[in-house]
Structures are given as structure tokens and as C-alpha cells.
Design a protein. Structure first.
Length: 154
């Protein structure tokens, strides 16, 4: 064996293999992310999507959190929010409190036509989500349906 062959006979893989492996992993992650975005963009998930868009601008983090959690409350916690339940939300009154001093970041009214239910959610500046028990249960079911579709696509 000549000197060059001896140097190259080590057990290290050529750098191009590392690059190819990293590209393959990157492609898999992109595919998972693209699948997540496609499924979440379905009209069925509009209400949940609006909430998630308001609290999780980092889409990769959001995708990971959805895949790693099993309930709406667990998802919110993973994204850094705590859920606060209240019996009733007066949406019109809340719009007046959207400000630093009012403590509300966003008012997210949602009306579900099939159930004829008003399901409002407030995103607060103190990293809490205020919602009703009915809304929390509804969005928990929506998250379960989202996860079901995501797993069916994989």
C-alpha cells in the first residue's frame, strides 16, 4: 500500500457522506413540515390554526409541539402558555381591552356552524390563554382530528 492509500484506509467516512446524510435528514424534516402545513391549512382546522398562528410564529416549533403532545392544554403548555378557564367571555368587551394596559394580545372569536357554538379564545400578554370549558373541549377534539390526519399522511 502506498502512503496515500494508507492515509485513506482509516475508518472515517468521506465528508461527502456526512453532507448527504444531513441533506437526507433535512429533506425528511421539510417533508414532515410541509405535510403539517398542508393538513393544518384544511378548512376543518381553521379555528385551531388561528389560535396557533397567534401564539406560535415559529412553524417548526409548532409542528414539533403538535406531534409531541396529546391534548390541547398540553400543546399550549409546550408552547409556553397556560390555559385559564372561565364560564363566559364577552367578546365585544374584550376588544376594548386589547392593549398593553388591558392585558389582551388578541381576541379570537370562533363560531362553529355545525354545533352553533360560540367558542372564543383570548390570547393574553401574560402568556395565558383564556377560554371557556366548551371551547377548550372543542379545540382538544380538533387537535385530536389534526393529529389523526397527520398520522394518516405519514
Amino acid at each position: 500500500m502506498d502512503g496515500a492509500a494508507q492515509r485513506d484506509s482509516g475508518k472515517q467516512e468521506p465528508a461527502c457522506f456526512h453532507t448527504m446524510a444531513n441533506q437526507s435528514t433535512h429533506i425528511d424534516l421539510e417533508t414532515r413540515q410541509q405535510n403539517f402545513e398542508r393538513v393544518l391549512s384544511n378548512e376543518l382546522f381553521k379555528g385551531l390554526r388561528v389560535i396557533l398562528d397567534s401564539i406560535a410564529p415559529d412553524r417548526a416549533t409548532l409542528c414539533e409541539a403538535v406531534n409531541a403532545t396529546n391534548s390541547y392544554e398540553e400543546l399550549l403548555t409546550r408552547l409556553g402558555y397556560r390555559i385559564t378557564l372561565t364560564n363566559q367571555i364577552h367578546v365585544q368587551d374584550c376588544y376594548q381591552r386589547v392593549s398593553q394596559s388591558g392585558g389582551i394580545k388578541a381576541v379570537l372569536p370562533y363560531y362553529d356552524i355545525p354545533t352553533q357554538g360560540s367558542l372564543p379564545t383570548l390570547v393574553n400578554l401574560d402568556s395565558t390563554i383564556t377560554t371557556t370549558p366548551k371551547s377548550a373541549a372543542f379545540f382538544n377534539q380538533m387537535l385530536v382530528a389534526l393529529k389523526r390526519q397527520l398520522s394518516a399522511q405519514n
